[in-house]
Design a protein around this ligand. Structure first.
Ligand code: ATP
Ligand code: MG
Length: 324
C-alpha cells in the first residue's frame, strides 16, 4: 500500500469576521489522501477552497473541524514545514532584494552553510531560468519572473513535499512548459507535488490524480487517465486515407454494429505550434514562418468511432498521438 504524505479527514473551515461571527464556509467535510511521489492537482473555480486547503496543510490557518496529517505530523506542527516547499498564490518576497540576495536570505533561514547556499543558489537560478536577472531587484521583475524566483525560493530547502498555488499563472507558454517539465522533474526525484490551478490543460499534462472542489466540497477525485478516458468511443490513427478506404471502413463498422462518428486530419495543439515557432525563430533569425508551414501536420487521419461493442484491450494509447 502506498505511503500517504498527506491525510485530510472531514476537514471544514469557516472564516469568521472580527466579531467571531461566521462569514464564509470555505471547506465542508473534505477527506483526501496524497501519496508519496505523486503529482496531485486541486481544481475548482474561484473561491472553491483550494488556497484555503493549502494554507491549512501548512498550518497557516486552523481548521474549524477535522484532522490533517502532513509528513506524519499534525498540520499545526510547524517543524514539518522544513521539509515542505510552498509557492504562494501571491508573492511575499522582499522587493528590494535581488534574486541572489533573496535566495541567500531563505538559505540562511534554513541554516544552510555559506558554501552550500552558494551552490544551491546557482543551481536554482539556472533551473528557473533567471540567470540574466540574478542581480536585479525583484521590484523590477515581470510577473513571470516573479513566479520563477518564487519557485526557486520554494525549492531552496530541497523539500520532500512541494505545494504550488497556481504555478503557471503569469507565465508565457515557454515558461508554462518549463514549469510543467520542472514539476515532472520534481516527481522523478521522488518528491510529492500538490498543485492548485484552473488551467486545466496544465493539470492534465502533469497530474497523476486530481480532486475537483466546488463550494468547498469534494465533487470528483481520481486518476486523470481514468477520469478522462471515453469508455464508449474508440480512436484509431492511420496514415492518410482515401475516400474509397473511408467508405469501406464505414461498411466494416456497420457489420460490427458501430458507426463512424468523425473523420478528420489531426491538428497540432496551439502550445506545440507556439513553441515550435519560437524555437524556429531563435535558430533561424530573419526567416519568416509561412502559414502553410505552420499548419503543416503529419499526414495522418484520425478516425473516431462509436460502438456498442466493448473496446478491445489493444486500443492504441492515444495520449501522445498528434491528434490528442
Ligand atoms: N481571509 C479570509 N477571510 C474570509 N473569507 C475568506 C478568506 N480567505 C478566503 N476566504 C473565502 O473562502 C472561500 C475560499 O477561498 P480560497 O481562497 O480558498 O479559494 P480558491 O479556490 O483558492 O480560489 P481562487 O481560484 O480564486 O484562488 C472564498 O469564498 C473566499 O472568499
Ligand atoms: Mg486560490
Amino acid at each position: 500500500m502506498a505511503e500517504s504524505v498527506i491525510q485530510i479527514r472531514n476537514l471544514s473551515k469557516i472564516y469568521r469576521d472580527f466579531w467571531g461571527r461566521k462569514k464564509v464556509r470555505a471547506l465542508n467535510s473534505l477527506s483526501l489522501d496524497v501519496e508519496k511521489g505523486e503529482v496531485f492537482g486541486l481544481l475548482g473555480p474561484n473561491g472553491s477552497g483550494k488556497t484555503t486547503t493549502l494554507k491549512l496543510l501548512l498550518g497557516l490557518l486552523f481548521p474549524t473541524e477535522g484532522k490533517i496529517t502532513v509528513l506524519g505530523k499534525p498540520a499545526s506542527n510547524v517543524e514539518k514545514n522544513e521539509r515542505i516547499g510552498y509557492l504562494p498564490e501571491e508573492s511575499y518576497l522582499y522587493k528590494f532584494l535581488n534574486a541572489e540576495e533573496t535566495l541567500n536570505f531563505y538559505g540562511q533561514l534554513f541554516k544552510m552553510s555559506r558554501v552550500e547556499r552558494k551552490k544551491r543558489i546557482d543551481e536554482l537560478i539556472e533551473l528557473v531560468g533567471i540567470q540574466h536577472a540574478r542581480k536585479r531587484q525583484l521590484k523590477e521583475y515581470s510577473k513571470g519572473m516573479t513566479r520563477r524566483i518564487g519557485l526557486a525560493q520554494a525549492l531552496i530547502n530541497n523539500p520532500d513535499l512541494v505545494m504550488l498555488d497556481e504555478p503557471t499563472s503569469g507565465l508565457d507558454p515557454i515558461g508554462t512548459r518549463e514549469m510543467k517539465d520542472l514539476i515532472i522533474q520534481l516527481k522523478e526525484q521522488g518528491k510529492t507535488v500538490v498543485m492548485c490551478s484552473h488551467l486545466l490543460a496544465d493539470v492534465q499534462d502533469v497530474c497523476d490524480r486530481i480532486a475537483i472542489l466546488y463550494g468547498g466540497e469534494l465533487k470528483v477525485m481520481g486518476e486523470v487517465d481514468q477520469l478522462l478516458t471515453e469508455q464508449d468511443e474508440t480512436q484509431l490513427h492511420t496514415s492518410r486515407l482515401s475516400e474509397a478506404a473511408i467508405s469501406e471502413i464505414r461498411e466494416v463498422l456497420a457489420r460490427h454494429n458501430a458507426e463512424l462518428s468523425g473523420v478528420e486530419q489531426p491538428r497540432a495543439n496551439l502550445e506545440d505550434l507556439f513553441l515550435r515557432t519560437v524555437h524556429e525563430s531563435k535558430s533561424r533569425p530573419g526567416r519568416r514562418f509561412t502559414s502553410d508551414e505552420a499548419a503543416q501536420s503529419s499526414a495522418t487521419t484520425a478516425v473516431e468511432t462509436k460502438t456498442d461493442d466493448k473496446p478491445s484491450d489493444d486500443t492504441p494509447d492515444d495520449k501522445n498521438s498528434p491528434a490528442s
